[in-house]
Design a protein around this ligand. Structure first.
Ligand code: DX5
Ligand code: ZN
Length: 213
């Protein structure tokens, strides 16, 4: 079963709570929250207080994508703020095992992400310890970009490795996902689709989510 995780980066931030409730009504399985620090990526989005405030307005699964350096320093605070799934980047930390441990010790779902130019093999040491791998399909930092087709080859490779090991892990793709390429992403092995622009900017969000699914 494919899950859809709309990214609020493309929503109307003046009414964040209502926007999230709206995509829940439209059938989204979770909500994707992109945290950027201006260091790991060349953009700054939002952080702890926004997620904490949103938690009071929504019971949805919070799928928190940390695009920040040294995630191990902040992970616990994002969990306190309301994160259910915590995704960090392997490129951002020297101790991914420790990051996973912190997340799992708090009973939350742990995910490791790679940027488009990072070999997918870099996540193989964590496959039996985490719940999900996020394969970035654009360079992280900005919404509204086009999917880089070569990244789907990494998804295929990862899916084969997961099957070879007999593991049960979600594969998430993020960046430029729209109804026109969702089929290719799913065929490659992805089962959690993040979509910012193609959901929040759609005239009919429910139709957009259905089309992605
Ligand atoms: C990019 C973010 C994505 C982004 C997706 O750095 O991680 O989650 O918001 O937005 P779209 O779907 O518009 O590419
Ligand atoms: Zn993201």
């Amino acid at each position: 079963m494919v899950k859809i995780s709309p990214s609020v980066l493309a929503c109307d931030f003046t009414k964040l709570g209502e926007e999230v409730n709206d995509i829940e009504r439209a059938g989204a399985d979770m909500v994707h929250l992109d945290v950027m620090d201006g260091k790991f990526v060349t953009n700054i989005s939002f952080g702890l207080p926004v997620i904490e405030a949103l938690r009071k307005k929504s019971g949805m699964i919070f799928d928190v994508h940390l695009m920040i350096d040294s995630p191990e320093v902040y992970i616990e605070r994002f969990i306190d703020a309301g994160a259910d799934i915590v995704t960090f980047h392997t490129e951002a930390t020297n101790d991914a095992h420790r990051c996973i441990e912190i997340i799992k010790n708090r009973g939350k779902k742990a995910a490791v992400s790679v940027k488009p130019n990072t070999p997918i093999e870099d996540v193989y040491p964590y496959l039996d310890k985490c719940d999900m791998i996020l394969v970035m399909t654009v360079e992280p930092g900005y919404g509204g970009q086009s999917l880089i087709p070569e990244t789907l080859e990494k998804v295929r490779k990862l899916k084969a490795e997961i099957e070879k090991r007999g593991l049960d892990l979600d594969i998430q793709v993020d960046g430029g996902i729209k109804p026109e390429n969702a089929e290719a992403a799913k065929a490659a092995g992805a089962n959690v689709l993040v979509a910012g622009s193609s959901v929040f900017k759609a005239p009919d969000r429910k139709a957009a989510i259905d089309a992605l699914r």
